[in-house]
Design a protein around this ligand. Sequence first.
Ligand code: NAD
Length: 447
Amino acid sequence: MTTETPKDKASVGPSKPVGAAESSEPSLKDRGNLFEIAMRQVDKAADHVKLDAQIRQILAQPKNELIINFPVRMDDGAYIMFKGYRVQHNNLFGPYKGGMRYHHEANLDEMKALASWMTYKSALHEIPFGGGKGGVKVDPGKLSRSELERVTRRFTHALGNNIGPDWDIPAPDVGTNEQTMVWMMDTYMNVVGQNDKHSMRGVVTGKSVTSGGSYGRREATGQGVVHCVTEWASDHGFNLDGCHVIIQGFGNVGSYAARLLSQKGAVIVGVGDVGGYIANPEGINPHKLSEHVAKTRTVAGYRGASKIGREEFFGLEADIFVPAALELELGLKEAKALRVKMVAEGANGPTFPEAEEHLLAKGVSVIPDILCNSGGVIVSYYEWLQNKRSERWDHNEVLNRLERRMKQTYAQVRQYVATHHVDWRTASYALGLERLQVAYRERGIFP
Ligand code: NAD
């Protein structure tokens, strides 16, 4: 995942959390409490569907919040304490499900928000999963590969039976990837005992294909974003061929969204990531940019575009904006600057509620995260099914199933918006909440 330079190594010391306070990113403190913002979104939809007070109470908090402090031996022999999280929001419909994030600003409120979004995302798409999220407070770019492996294995071991293929199933998120998932799977498998070992592959999804992952999982989230954009374009009589797109975040989600949108003729005119922002009105080749990012870990310095500032990026002349970085990057200031016709939320929770109100008031469509970026969890579900059945589905089968599922849910949300005259985010939450409400009413609570 990362290469280490002697300078990187020197910044790792036992007295300081790895990667703390060394980023130019806006601090999460400046962004508000993410879980409160998530609750505001849910409350709006809950009011709309007249959610029972008891069910609202249950969903207002995660079921379990786990914080683990664990030591890891660094390459130079020093021991460093890391903080790991796993939040399990709800498992009414199936095992807790959600990503593992490695980020130096990871915190409990962020995990609670992200875990709750997974509950509503799974319920919206009728996937038999609940919602969870976790990760480690670490800047993975500051660790060597072997240090990352030890962090991951030690964290997984410490999680113990708090994860499991029928209990809680992690997946990649910001700062983690297929390799991280393979280390998690291998660690988990090796502690459950020889006889059960191979039935445990489904403990994580987003693994490499060789180690039991699914074809199509790598590009699934970006592909899902593109299905939403395509559906939106056909609803609005909008031609994607030649349209202009700007993308914030060029990791798994952003880079695949860029490549797949460019296959439809869209022109990527601006891209930004943690290292900086670039633009080219003639178009940026997403394949060449991916090669550059693979070498340098940032879009900054890419020769086929000019360097621009963050403010300039949001004001670029474009039709579509794909946020695919972190949450709460799109505030009122950015919303006022944006000149696009639609925002397709690849990231989780990228938009402040005030920014969304402003965008909707000026006629910009916003396709919300729990609809737009759900390609990942949908194919994770297919991966889990293949692991359970010891099957291997071919690439086209996975992609066809994903396309059908995305289009089907998109159509349900479109129908809900038309019938109830609400925005797309409220409609998406409302559909999920209504399903949760029906199940809670049928089942009640134990005892
Ligand atoms: P990633 O680690 O592969 O990439 C993250 C990207 O965001 C990088 O390009 C990074 O430089 C950029 N970034 C980070 N901080 C930034 C900042 N302050 N300003 C600008 N850019 C910044 O992560 P990913 O898996 O692509 O996830 C991106 C988003 O999509 C997250 O919100 C994640 O929760 C969400 N998501 C991911 C998946 C998935 O399958 N990976 C599924 C659903 C949602």
